[in-house]
Structure formats: C-alpha cells, structure tokens
Ligand binder design. Sequence first.
Ligand code: C2E
Ligand code: MG
Ligand code: MG
Length: 568
Amino acid sequence: MCYDPDMIMITDDRGKILFVSSSFESISGFSPEELYGRNADEFIHAEDLGQCRKILKELIHKPSDMPLFEFRVRHKEKQWVRLEAWVADFRRNPAVKGIMLHIRNVADRKESQSRLRRHAFFDVLTELPGKKIFLDRVSQAVERMRRIKDYRYALLFLDLDRFRIVSEGLGHIAGDEAIRIVASLLSAFLGKSDTMCRLERDEFLILLDAVGDEESVVRIAKDIQGLFSEPIHVDGCDIFISASIGIAYGSPEYRAAYQIVRDAETALCRAKTEGKGNYRVFDSKMQEQAVKRLTFETDLRNALNRKEFVLHYQPVIDLESNCLVGLEALVRWRHPRKGLIPPMEFIPLAEETGLIVPLGIWVLEEACFRIAEYIRNLPPDIPFSLCVNISVRQFLQGDLIAEIRRITKESGINPARLKLEVTESIMMDNTRTILSALENLKNMGICLAIDDFGSGYSSLSYLHQFPFDTLKIDRSFVSQMGMADDKNSKIIQTIMLLASHLKMDVIAEGIETRFQIERLKALKCPCGQGFYLSRPMEAEEIRQFFSSQKAFSDPIDFNEKADCIRGQ
Ligand code: C2E
Ligand code: MG
Ligand code: MG
C-alpha cells in the first residue's frame, strides 16, 4: 500500500503559517512559498473553521494535550481535501517555536490512526513509552510472576530532587533539556528488557525485568544514582542533579500494576523524608504507616470544620527595655484522641495536601480578630506587632492578598501592626509571583519578616531584593552561643550587621537561658523571643496580661514572673 507522506505544518498561535513541509504541495497544490506568512484559516472549510479555532484555543490553555481532529482544506484547483491532524504546542521547543500540526490525508486513515495513536502513547519530550504502555508491561510482569516460579521483577520510582528550583532557575526550555538528558542517561543504563516511562515532570518509573535478589536491585538503584555524580551540561551550565528512588520488589501478592506502583511511591516518599539522593525499599511497615498517614490526613481535613485548631501566642520582647513589642501566633491542633499536637507534626502534611490554604486563613482570622480587640486602646506610638506565620504554598494558591485585605478590614487591625513571617525557602520558590505578592502586602502597609534565618538554603544574593522589615535569627545560633569558641556569637553579630545594612530589625529566636539573654544584650540585639522570656500562651492568658498591664510600655519583670513564664 502506498501512502501520502506525513506532512508537517507549523503555525504561530494565531494560525499564521511559519513552515510547511514540501509534501503538502502534493495534497493542496500550493507550494510552501505560496503558503508562508498566510493564515491557515484561509484554506480551511468554513464549516470546520469554528472547530479548528476552538481546538487551537484549548491547546494554548492546556499545552500538554495533543488533540486529533479532522478538517477540510481547499486545493489550489478549488476541490476540498479531507485531512486529519494531530496538533501539539511546541512553542517552547527551540527547534519548533510554534504550534505543530502533523497532517495526513484521511484516505490513509487506518494507518494514520495507528501512527498518531503511537504518538499519544509516547512521551513527546523524552520519546519514552507513555504511561499506558508502561503499565501494560507492569501488568504483564505481575501476571508472569504468578505463573512462573523463578521470575522476579522490581519497580523503581525515581524523582529528581529539588528539580523545580533547577527548572525555574534555568527556565523551562533548559529544564526540558535537562529532563531529556536524564531520560537518555537512564535509557542508556537500563537493559533491553527493562522499561521506563516519565510520570510527571521529573518523575520516572522503571520496570526492571527478570532481576535477581533484592540486593541486586538495590545495587542497580545505587548505580542509577551514581549516573548523576557528574554534573550535566545544559545551556552552557553545569547542573548537579540528584535522584531519590523508591524500590518495590515484585511479589506474588501483587494482583495489579497500580499496587506495586503505589508501594514504590510510598518507598520514594520515605526516601525523600530522609534527605536528597536516598533510596528506600518498600516494606509492609511502610504500608501501615502510609495507612496511618492517610487517616491522619482525613482527620486533618475534618479538624477545620470541627474547629479543633487553637492559637497560642508567644511574646516578643525588646531586650533593652524588657517591654512587650509583639506576639507570634502559633497554631496547635487539639486532637480529640491525641491531645495537643504541635504544628511541626501537621503543618508539613497540611502544606503537602493544600490544606494549609484554608488553615492559614483561619489562623489569620482568629489572630487578627482576637488581638485587634486586646490592643484596641494601644496608643499608636507604642510599638507592637502581631506576627503570623505564612507558608509559601499560601502565596501560590488561593488569593492570599484579597483575604488579608478582607481580614484586616473586617477585624479592624491596623495593617502596620500585622507582621507576616515567611521562611527563607520563599526566596527560592517561584520568585516572581512571590515577590509581587510581597510587594502588594508592603503596599498595604503590612510588615514582613524572614523567619528561622540561617537554618535553610540561604540565598544572600536574593535577600536584598525582598522587602523584609525584620530578620529572625534561627534558634540554632542562639542555643549554641557560649559553646567552645563561641563561633555562634560571631555569626549572630555578622547577621545583625547584614540586617542593619539592609535596614531590617532583628529578633533572636529561642532564648532559653540567662547567659544567652545577657550575651544578646551585650551584642545589642534589639529583640528576642524564647522560653526564658515566655512560653507561648493561651489567648485567655494574653487577655489577662493585657488587662492587668497598667501601661503597654511597662517593662515585664521577668524575675517576678519567673514561674509563669519559664519552663511551664
Ligand atoms: P517558628 O515560626 O520559628 O516559631 C517558633 C517556634 O519555636 C515555636 O514552635 C515556639 O514554640 C518555639 N520556641 C519558642 N521559643 C523557644 C525556645 O526558647 N526554645 C525552643 N526549643 N523552642 C522555642 P512551635 O509552636 O512548635 O512552631 C513550630 C513552627 O511551626 C513555627 O516555627 C512555624 O514555622 C510553624 N508554625 C506555627 N504556627 C504556624 C501557622 O499558623 N502557620 C504556618 N504556616 N506555620 C506555623
Ligand atoms: Mg515564626
Ligand atoms: Mg522561627
């Protein structure tokens, strides 16, 4: 059977023809030169035009789609030719830079459809088999293991560590290139009978066919991680990549492909919690923990409706005058069975599941409404800030700015009294979106603090671009003060110097001893927070404190309050 050759047309996002393969002439009668620069609409049948435009519009909104559709084009001799095309958005691909139509004459429909389907079943970026083909192979392995006594297989779930940051730093096109390089390194390493597919942007599934014992699978996983010991070269840069791997070893108990994929993913999650570049082999305990986690997640989802969260408030003290200059709102979960759960045990899960968005709004509402009432009579010249922690995810999802505007308005709190605390990682994530959100907040008069400074991936080069008013020195520096060569005092001094250059004020976190407070005073650190000064307190205690305080500017006598503020 003889087919018309495949035809390629590339247009811009409005349909202007940028390229057409010469084979198009045999079907349309127009030479490429006659078509360049003209709009494809001119040649499409009026009845098909609406559909074509709709498909193009949808594609632009969802570039991962590759719709297949049929339409008629006018031949130079005026007759209509029926074509079908698979269309894909390659505007970001430097080799294409446009919308690509892979066109065939409908007369060749049968052959055409199987070819086009092949494309849909393959990953365009890496040319690896698509998910469907991969899962078919896993199903075959699952079946084979139940039939053939000595047959063994394993599944690896591989995820590149912090790839989003790499990709955002490099731009998406170079990010794509990095993925392609990773895919080809992996393909070159794997055996002929192994199969691999890409699941999400930087996640790969690998089916190791006919493997030996568990140890040999672990060796393979380690060798795969070893592939990334050298940097990869992308767009003139050397990029260091590391991969975390979850391993599930085939067992006759698996009845379906999704079960082993699920277990490999559970093992991957475990590997990731232990840091970058780790691997973990799935075991049944992990499944138990995964089920526990799921229950915890369901409880967490219900906790908001059941009003199980409470806020405690930790005072921020001016170290020179001993006066209260702020309160930090800290959330706790009053679990019906487990009691009071500290934030570090549920905030990460809330962030992962997106629940942090409604939870964060609740925290803001609760803190602003309550504290606004307590400080209603506070003279404007007395410094006081209500500090609220905000997760990066809250900036990227939902409409944080509009919510804060609403909450400050409805609660009546002066926006200048509200200070939002974000951690250093905010400077590494989606910088543009976040910077503009932070600037909006600043324009509303809200103060911004960088929390736990020095504990994470500091990027000092970014710090000056961000409109922070306050820098909170991480507890780890304060707690180590006075040890050995007292290096930490020097670090604190250096951080204070940096803050003063950037016109930011400083709060030292986690002050636990008299020695530390004396030392910080000697270093002229302006403000502090910590168990030595006061533990986080319940709202009622804060209310009593405010109502008993004769003047807001009264110093707090820590010796007198020693029992209630220390070690309680
Ligand atoms: P953070 O914002 O750095 O808050 C300070 C944490 O240090 C609090 O822990 C506080 O109780 C603890 N702390 C204060 N002074 C001392 C001290 O002298 N020694 C020691 N060892 N610890 C001290 P907490 O309440 O468990 O909160 C932990 C973290 O959870 C917070 O760290 C913050 O990152 C996060 N978090 C708390 N509430 C929220 C919230 O509403 N939203 C978000 N997104 N995160 C929150
Ligand atoms: Mg904080
Ligand atoms: Mg902190």
